[in-house]
Structures are given as C-alpha cells and as structure tokens.
Design a protein. Structure first.
Ligand code: SF4
Length: 379
C-alpha cells in the first residue's frame, strides 16, 4: 500500500497555489502529534499494511525538523510493515536544502527528493511569489547531488499568465530552464501548465482584470516545446505531465494513475480503497482538535460502478500504460455499446490506439487526455 502525508505549512503563499497550507507555523508541533495519531488510528483503513511507498507532500514538508521526522517515522514503523518499502519521497523547496537536512532525511530512509524549482527565471519566480531564487535552486541541486541524494525530481511550471512575459519571452525562459536541467542529467521531471483557480491571488487578479488569462494555444505551444526538448534529451513522457529517464518512474504517483489503494493522512489528505474516497478536513485547528479527541475528521464518498470506471479511465489514459478493457469489464460487468462507438470515433481521429484489450492515447491525443476520457465515461 501507499502512504501520503500532508504537511500543511509554507513560508509564504505562492500566488497560484490552491493547495491546503498555512503560513502560520505556530501549530507545527501539535500538527505532527495529530498526524502521528492519525497514522495510528488509520491502521485498518487498508487491508495490506505492507508499505511500498511513503510520500511527504504539502505544503512544504522540508520545513519539518529532524525530531518531527523522527516521531513520524517511529509511528509508521510501529503500526505498518516497512520491510518492502520501494520509495520514500519528500517535497522540498530549494531554499530549505542544507547539508544537515539532507543527512537527516537520508538517516530516516528518505531516498527521493521532489524539488519545487518551477523556473530558473528570477523575474518569473518573483511574479509567482516564490520564496526562492534561481541561485538557491542551483545550490540545492549541487548539494543534493554531492551529498548522495541524487534521486531527484524537479517541478516546473510553464505557461504563466503574465502579460509582462509575452510568448516569445516565456518560450525562451522555458528553453533555458530545460537547458539548465540537461546539465544536471536528472532522471525525472514533472511539468505543469499554470492553471488559475478563483481562490488564489492570481484568481482574484483575473477577476479584477489585473491579470489576463492566456489562451489555450499559448499553453499548447509551450507544451510542445517541453515535450520536444525533453524527449530529445532522452526523457520518456510516461504521463501527461511527467517525464522519466532510465525507467525512473515515480512509484508513488504511478500508484494513483494505476488505480491502486492509498492512505492519505494530514489535513486535506485524500484516501482511496477501491470502494470509496475519503477526504480529511482542510482546516489545521479543526484537524488537530479532532485528532486530540481521538477522531479522524473526514468526509466519505462511496463510489458507484460508473465512478470507479470513470476514475480508471481518467487516470489510466493519462499514462503510457493506458487502460485495459478486461479491467473495465471486471469493474462494470458489461461495457455498453456507446463506449465502443465512441472508441471507434476516437480511433478514426487518431486520438487513441487499440491493441487487443489495451487502449492508449496517441501522441496527438496527449494534450486532450482528460477530454478523451470524459468522452468515454460511463453514465
Ligand atoms: S510552496 Fe508549494 S504548497 Fe506552498 S504555497 Fe507555494 S506552491 Fe503552494
């Protein structure tokens, strides 16, 4: 099984971010206690207690101290079997990386670092209100590589909605970002198109007409640059937003795309056990208060057969592994004729290919994967 741990604190709020976090760290110690309590209380959520992956996400898990990690790892090993762990990842921000932290993380078995670089362009970093600059990103990469924590994935953001940065400028920034990455010979990159959510600072600016959302063509152009540059460097695009070399796929994230079960702990974390989805409350104080009284504060959504099939389609079609019609039959019992009719249309449009039971998206269909999945959805 897979364990996700949400650490809901950040130094400052990035203007595009709609994840759950607080910039007030006064509750950090109580939060660590509450997360440990939830790890204990959720012991029976999934039948298989053998952990394959642990993923610290957020927020900014690199803000946790050594003793915080010690408590969490001790709790995990008290209640779960970690003898088969394949991957333990921590999301970090470049300005948090120090030799001491790297050594601490390694001592707890953390063997993969997700580094939130986003871009190496300082003006864009400032525009997004990131807490770091490009020098800190370079320093972080150098420190991780020279201190033997070289299993690194980088987060990049492209298609930023900034009028000040026209398409030519943004294209050249993206190309420069990819050239810097090439020098480090990394094995994994996640690259996301910046989308604007209403609840964010950028969302408010768009509503106040201070920021103009950029068109889809603009994002598509950058996506193409990204795919071309990274594939020419030997990366395989194994998911719509994820690229790997040497088969170094993200094991934890791949579990989501392969429809495997996982437990998520911490405020706003989600869990999935094939029959239902649970989502924890997105409020730090209420989360802590509930755990102090011995309860996990979550909402549950029981999944219908259509929900299960549609989740499988949505995630599977984003990946090189695609979907298997046998698996759909296992979930649904019977595949309706409308599915096959739509599939024929998509095949004629060269958006998907079918080989026996396997259906995959074509290179041409990649950018439309969500739309293609929704065309195939069960009612
Ligand atoms: S550091 Fe990450 S989680 Fe925190 S505000 Fe920025 S993008 Fe969001």
């Amino acid at each position: 099984m897979h364990l996700y741990i949400h650490i809901p604190f950040c130094k400052q709020a990035c203007f595009y971010c709609d994840f759950h976090f607080s910039t007030n760290l006064s509750l950090k110690d109580k939060m660590v206690e509450a997360i440990c309590k939830e790890i204990e209380l959720q012991t029976d959520y999934l039948k298989n207690k053998k952990l394959q992956t642990i993923y610290f996400g957020g927020g900014t898990p690199s803000l946790l101290s050594g003793p915080d990690f010690e408590k969490i790892f001790k709790t995990i090993s008290n209640f779960y079997d970690i003898s088969c762990l394949k991957e333990t990842t921590i999301e970090t921000n470049p300005d948090d990386i120090t030799i001491d932290k790297i050594n601490e993380w390694k001592s707890y078995g953390i063997d993969r670092v997700s580094l939130g670089i986003q871009t190496f362009d300082n003006d864009l970093l400032k525009f997004m209100n990131r807490a770091h600059d490009s020098k800190q990103s370079i320093n972080a990469l150098d420190l991780l590589l020279t201190n033997n924590l070289g299993n690194i994935t980088i987060d990049l953001i492209y298609a930023k909605n900034a009028k000040e940065f026209d398409i030519e400028k943004q294209n050249s920034i993206l190309i420069n970002d990819i050239e810097i990455i090439e020098k480090y010979n990394l094995n994994h990159i996640s690259a996301y198109n910046l989308t604007i959510e209403d609840s964010t600072v950028f969302g408010k600016w768009v509503n106040q007409k201070k920021l103009e959302p950029i068109g889809e063509d603009y994002a598509a152009e950058q996506y193409e640059i990204l795919i071309e540059s990274l594939t020419s460097q030997g990366f395989e695009q194994y998911e719509v937003s994820n690229f790997a070399k040497n088969g170094k796929y993200a094991i934890h994230n791949s579990a989501y795309w392969k429809n495997e079960e996982y437990l998520g702990v911490g405020p706003s974390a989600h869990s999935y056990n094939l029959d239902s989805r649970q989502s924890n409350i997105s409020n730090n104080s209420k989360y802590i208060a509930a755990l102090e009284s011995g309860k996990v504060p979550f909402a549950i959504e029981n999944l219908s057969i259509s929900d299960k099939v549609n989740d499988y389609l949505l995630c599977g079609l984003r990946t090189i592994w695609g979907i298997d019609t046998k698996k759909i039959s296992q979930i649904a019992g019977r595949i309706p004729q409308t599915f096959w009719d739509t599939l024929d249309i998509l095949k004629n449009q060269n958006l998907v290919i079918q080989s026996g039971n396997s259906i995959k998206i074509t290179t041409q269909g990649r950018i439309f994967s969500d739309k293609i999945a929704s065309d195939l959805f069960f009612d």
